[in-house]
Design a protein around this ligand. Structure first.
Ligand code: FAD
Length: 285
């Protein structure tokens, strides 16, 4: 069982618990992005099993008629084993989401470290064209290549989520200083609002970036969405969803599953306020 302190960041161990979490969010105007926790499998059985779990999940989303999509990691469905394993499993998930009983459930592909960028963008491109835009991909503002990648993505159907980037990348390929990453985020976001017809997703908790996106929306009118994580600035998520002056859709990225511990540990390590929150919960104050 997930201890109460960790359940702030993870919706539960089962798809049922995660879907109940989505229902509660939907009641408050926030849509879900469900992510089954798991990554870097070195053998095929767990990668295939997680792909099977996503196939089941997209069907459950359609059956329960909740407002949610899914987000998968390439190394979770086989990239470390071989490109073909990732591609086969992704194709199964996208097919189930679109042609099977998934009823058009949207599929996001998360972005992992820089060595996976090309294969992930290539897979996105194929499925974006085949499904006429019912898939999305994440790109990272800390990578120097991203601004150019966006020019390729602008011509494709589908959505693109811009994040700052969670991986410690080599200095020759990435911006290291926070201020430089923020500048790159702004540049990329401005380009997306200008060049994309739709499908701009702001994957950030940063109030300055969310405000900047609202300004760009006023300028270009490009539809957009704001995506944040479970347990991070949740009151801001609900406030944005309820604000009649904000035209963005609001999504919560919802991790769930039995592999919750390492994810929870990462959230606690990355931010002092999360660590203090954990400490207060443990000492009961
Ligand atoms: P930061 O630059 O970390 O912080 C900026 C400001 O945001 C802070 O000053 C504060 O005001 C506010 N803030 C941030 N965190 C908190 C908090 N915990 N509590 C309160 N305020 C806070 N990375 C990838 O590399 N690949 C992915 O596929 C990917 N997918 C993501 C999907 C979503 C929906 C989100 C939200 C993030 C994703 N990330 C991904 C992670 C991302 O790259 C960043 O590491 C992470 O979001 C931190 O950057 P930030 O823009 O949220 O804000």
């Amino acid at each position: 069982m997930i201890p109460p302190i960790a359940s702030n960041f993870v919706a539960g161990e089962t798809p049922e618990a995660a879907l109940e979490h989505v229902e509660r969010l939907n009641d408050r105007g926030v849509a879900g992005i469900l992510n089954l926790l798991g990554e870097h499998y070195e053998e095929r059985p767990p990668a295939d099993a997680d792909a099977d779990a996503y196939v089941d999940l997209v069907e459950m989303i359609a059956e329960r008629d909740v407002d949610s999509c899914v987000s998968v990691k390439s190394s979770q469905i086989g990239l470390d084993i071989g490109d073909h394993v990732f591609e086969e499993n992704l194709a199964r998930i996208v097919e189930a989401a679109n042609d099977g009983d998934g009823d058009g459930t949207f599929v996001w592909i998360d972005m992992e470290d820089h060595e996976t960028t090309d294969v992930t963008l290539d897979a996105f491109e194929r499925h974006a064209v085949e499904t006429d835009g019912n898939v999305g991909v994440c790109v990272q503002a800390n990578l120097k290549r991203t601004r150019e990648d966006l020019e390729r993505l602008a011509d494709l159907p589908g959505k693109v989520r811009l994040v700052k980037g969670a991986y410690d990348e080599p200095a020759e390929l990435s911006y290291k200083k926070k201020a430089r990453v923020d500048e790159s985020y702004r540049d990329c976001l401005a380009y997306m609002f200008e060049a994309f017809d739709d499908g701009v997703a702001v994957g950030s908790h940063d109030p300055a970036m969310i405000e900047y996106a609202a300004d760009l929306y006023d300028e270009y009118g490009t539809p957009y969405e704001v995506q944040m994580l479970t347990g991070v600035r949740e009151s801001a998520q609900f406030d944005l969803a309820a604000d009649p002056d904000v035209d963005a859709e609001v999504y919560q990225y919802i991790p769930y599953g039995s592999k919750w511990f390492s994810y929870f540990y990462r959230r606690i390590r990355e931010r002092k306020s999360n660590a203090l929150f954990a400490l207060r919960a443990i000492v009961g104050r």
